[in-house]
Ligand binder design. Structure first.
Ligand SMILES: [Zn+2]
Length: 422
């Protein structure tokens, strides 16, 4: 255990040849998704005339600690530029889940009313509203301009990248913090050491830090290779997480699987080493071992399934194109960029992607493949024979909604294996 004390978790930018948690050089290749642009760098019409940056997107697995990770770190200011177009508050199921996270933490730890609770990567303040509903004081830290939406909505938010420096300022201005959350951003952080030292400074004794990240078991089970993109540096399972937190003086005391983003893991880490852990955590650790996620076979299977899904989609869309009826896409989550770039789907095969009217992505073009993102009204007007559901990880509620709004097209669900919903 002592040798982990010296490992830095503040990553160098660019190619990395060591494991992001344990620094081992024994990294085994899982899948190479090619050189592709950052998934949320959507382009304006003018930018289509300019050069476009691409970065390697390769997945490896650490033979020593089991962490699944990519081996190229794109500078955070390239990925999370001020005009980053993502908003959690426009996906109703996500709003419900995020706000229940806040409520659950307050109940589980009996946090007294009026305590300070924080969210890092707080986006439009959706999760913090759940804390407000429980009578807590709240503070968000958000790097992009989405912070302004939260502030206008009455959620106190600092626009910054979180780290030790910001933690000092917060500590001086607001005092100790009872609970800190980091949902769907913890796996994005390249300055993890800086972040965890900052969290340690802010949390009061017995305070809890709660993360939610894509869960490796779900990624493998449903072949979510499209959830791999440059923002996601790590694809967590529990063993590497426990090891990471230990170095910063935290005990992972509980964990649970949750449905967010196609399957995530919520992990509770309490300040202080050697704290008692839940049966639920031990059960999950046994499940991970049973499923073989620390062995090769699971990853060979995953790669084969991903390649097959890619070829099936190409074949289907090519046939439709040859019949003169190319299929549009539905929904433009970050993952659609990996799916379409890896599968080489261009505007000839997919003439447009339909997004709901409230989306910040309308009028822009998908990076790499340059498919235009348009208002979903076009889909309802045209009623194409087939359309590809790119936000397939929310298939059921989205298809129900599209049907209720009158869409008659047959819907192609590209993963875990290509299938058609009439
Ligand atoms: Zn490792």
């Amino acid at each position: 255990m002592t040798d982990t004390k010296s490992i830095s978790h503040d990553l160098k930018l660019g190619h990395s040849d060591g494991c992001q948690v344990c620094n081992s050089k024994k990294l085994l290749p899982v899948i190479d998704l090619g050189h592709i642009p950052p998934c949320d760098s959507l382009l304006t019409k003018e930018q289509l005339n300019e050069e476009e940056s691409v970065y390697p997107l390769r997945v490896f697995r650490c033979k020593d600690c089991g962490l699944v990770q990519i081996d190229y770190i794109v500078p955070p200011d390239v990925l999370f530029h001020p005009t980053y177009p993502y908003r959690s508050g426009i996906t109703p199921s996500l709003v419900k889940n995020l706000q229940s996270t806040a409520g659950k933490i307050c109940d589980k730890y009996s946090i007294p009313e009026n305590s300070l609770c924080m969210d890092i990567g707080s986006n439009d303040g959706t999760l913090l509203k759940g804390f407000q509903a429980k009578g807590m004081r709240v503070l968000g830290v958000e790097a992009t301009n989405v912070a302004n939406i939260a502030i206008a909505d009455g959620v106190d938010t600092m626009q910054a990248f979180f780290g030790e420096e910001i933690a000092k300022q917060i500590s001086a201005r607001y005092g100790p913090v009872a609970a800190i959350t980091a949902t769907n951003m913890f796996a994005h952080v390249s300055n993890l050491g800086d972040m965890l030292r900052g969290i340690d400074q802010l949390l009061e004794d017995g305070g809890v830090f709660v993360t939610e990240s894509h869960y490796l078991i779900d990624i493998l089970d449903t072949v979510q290779y499209d959830s791999i993109y440059h923002e996601h540096l790590k694809y967590y399972s529990l063993r590497p997480l426990i090891r990471l937190f230990e170095q910063y003086g935290f005990t992972v005391t509980d964990a649970e699987r949750i449905p967010n983003y196609g399957g995530s893991i919520r992990v509770y880490s309490e300040k202080g080493l050697g704290r008692p852990v839940s049966n639920q955590l031990n059960d999950l650790l046994r499940e991970e071992d049973k499923r073989g996620i620390y062995n090769d076979d699971a990853f060979v299977k995953f790669r084969d399934q991903a390649i097959k899904a890619k070829l099936d989609l190409q074949e289907f869309l090519l046939k439709q194109r040859l019949k003169g009826r190319p299929a549009p896409g539905i929904g433009c989550p970050g993952r659609s960029s990996t799916l379409l770039n890896f599968s080489n789907i261009d505007p000839e095969l997919m003439p447009y992607i339909a997004e709901q009217s409230s989306s910040l992505k309308l009028g822009l073009f998908l990076p790499g493949t340059h498919i235009p993102v348009v208002d979903e009204q076009k889909l309802f007007d045209e009623q194409p024979e087939y359309a590809v559901l790119l936000s397939w990880h929310y298939a059921k509620p989205i298809i129900e909604k599209l049907r209720s709004k009158g869409l008659k097209s047959k819907i192609i669900v590209p993963l875990p294996e290509l299938h058609i919903v009439d």
